[in-house]
Design a protein around this ligand. Structure first.
Ligand code: AMP
Length: 487
């Protein structure tokens, strides 16, 4: 995640990232396996990717903007990445440009040797720490918050690399899943609340780390278990050691990973993402069904929840909207103008399915509302008699500061309008979102525990479980506006 550089972070709508991480220890062609893993995690980061390997003597690295398939398809590139250990990273951003120096894994030479680091998440006190570190004379090479961890490792007085990393992480606040690699160790870490996912896999005797299980499936590795919140797993030639160095905190896994972000074929924290989405669709139907003829998903993200909705209502499930897979996610385009163009490029309504029908459209979320406006217009043009929209998340009213890209609050439709107003804006006959308790029921709970919700649902509730230090510290962030010059 890139450090936000404006005087108030809510003003900054650029360079927010989501990411995927992958790591291998002790398997031949580690770079090729990492490239495959990153390919499976492409949905978590589409802007740039990188791999660092260790070949027994040297660290090797390759990072570039673009998709994994393009970056690691050349034999020449792969030949430059020999070794039995590797870590990789996918990066996702709202801007088209990435400074080369921001592409992860980051790498640094310390007195104890080299260390590569991949990070998924977002540190919420990175600006504050950056300020303190610069005052101490640290020279930053990038604008990623991940680099703060590198400097904290460098100045730590602990003896071993693992203790230095733990020492560094005791000073950071935020959401992080990390894969780190030295010449003889692979380390996986999840923040004490376990906001972002990280799983452990095994193939023969070798261990793997990945953001999601789909990255283990692609290489035929078996899923061992999730890295636990607050856990540090240390993998060496002698095997795996599990450490729990942080004060225990209640777990707050990101519920949006189930709703949208993770791949449906992944199993996250013991729950299949696909099954969770279907159950949310069923809850949605129980809560807000209206009389209609067909259920139509907004592909791809609305597909599993629309199937759940159709199962529950026994109405026909129809592919009334077809998605063109050869365009990127519209959400990440930088301007409204391009976003509008993108949506038209991406979806088309099928007249033969929709004409004369009362349609229930199911999608996973409404963020800016741009997609929904276009989709509804398309469905009406295709001859729908009525258009009802059902959303398999509660209204997105707050920005995420833990590593999922959401725009600033003023651009979140649900933060600005009531549901009735949103229905008018989008142009539907009715609009409903799954309730917060409905969402939690679908996840296997009786209801959301109001004092201590079982997940991080800050984007729907505004209750941020991990303190937003930089946001609260206006003075420090304004002192840091010089960071803008780094871009
Ligand atoms: P919007 O046009 O801004 O309302 O976009 C809503 C659509 O974007 C949803 O239907 C999701 O499929 C997708 N979406 C939601 N959150 C994200 C995100 N953080 N990154 C990328 N796409 C998203």
């Amino acid at each position: 995640m890139t450090m936000r550089s404006t005087t108030h972070p809510f003003d900054d709508d650029h360079l927010h990232e989501e990411c995927g991480v992958f790591g291998v220890f002790g398997y031949g062609e580690a770079a090729a396996l990492t490239a495959l893993g990153l390919h499976a995690l492409q949905h978590r980061g589409q802007e740039a990717a990188g791999i660092v390997t260790y070949d027994g003597e040297h660290f090797r690295e390759h990072r570039a903007p673009g998709h994994v398939g393009e970056i690691f398809s050349s034999e020449a590139v792969m030949q430059r990445l020999p070794g039995h250990s590797a870590i990789g990273h996918n990066r996702y951003s709202t801007t088209g440009e990435t400074a080369q120096r921001n592409i992860q894994p980051l790498f640094a030479d310390f007195e104890f040797g080299g260390l590569a680091l991949s990070h998924n998440g977002n540190l919420t006190n990175a600006n504050l720490l950056h300020h303190q570190l610069v005052k101490r004379g640290c020279l930053f090479q990038s604008t990623t918050d991940t680099e703060v961890i590198i400097h904290l490792i460098a100045i730590s007085e602990q003896a071993t690399v693992v203790d230095r990393l733990i020492d560094a992480l005791r000073q950071v606040v935020g959401a992080y899943s990390l894969a780190a690699m030295t010449s003889d160790t692979l380390i996986g870490v999840r923040d004490p609340m376990g906001v972002r996912p990280l799983v452990l896999g095994q193939l023969d005797d070798a261990y793997f780390l990945a953001s999601e299980t789909c990255a283990l499936d692609i290489i035929g590795a078996k899923f061992v278990r999730d890295v636990e919140p607050g856990e540090v797993v240390v993998i060496t030639k002698d095997g795996l050691t599990s450490l729990k160095p942080f004060a225990p905190k209640p777990s707050r896994f990101c519920v949006f990973e189930y709703i949208y972000f993770s791949r449906p074929d992944s199993v996250v924290e013991g729950t299949s993402v696909y099954e969770a989405r279907k159950r949310i669709g069923m809850e949605l139907a129980r809560e807000s069904h209206v009389s209609a003829d067909i259920i139509v998903p907004v592909p791809d993200s609305g597909v599993p929840s629309a199937m759940g909705y159709a199962n529950e209502t026994k109405l026909p499930y129809e592919m009334g909207i077809i998605r063109n897979h050869y365009v990127g996610r519209t959400f990440i385009e930088p301007s409204d103008h391009i976003r509008h163009l993108g949506v038209k490029l991406k979806h088309n309504a099928s007249k033969s399915v929709i004409d004369g029908k009362r349609v229930i459209l199911v999608d996973d979320s409404i963020v800016r509302g741009t997609t929904s406006v276009k989709i509804v217009e398309m469905v009406r043009l295709a001859g729908a008699k009525e258009v009802h929209m059902r959303i398999s998340s509660p209204p997105t009213t707050h920005s995420c500061f833990y590593g999922v890209d959401t725009p600033e609050r003023k651009d979140l439709l649900a933060a600005q309008q009531t549901i009735e107003e949103m229905a008018k804006t989008i142009g539907v006959d009715s609009l409903a979102f799954v309730s917060m308790d409905g969402l939690y029921r679908a996840m296997g709970y009786e209801k959301r525990n109001p004092g201590m919700p079982q997940y991080c649902d800050a984007c729907f509730s505004g209750e941020y479980p991990v303190p937003l230090i930089d946001q609260e510290d206006g003075q420090t962030t304004s002192q840091l506006s010089f960071l803008a010059n780094f871009r």
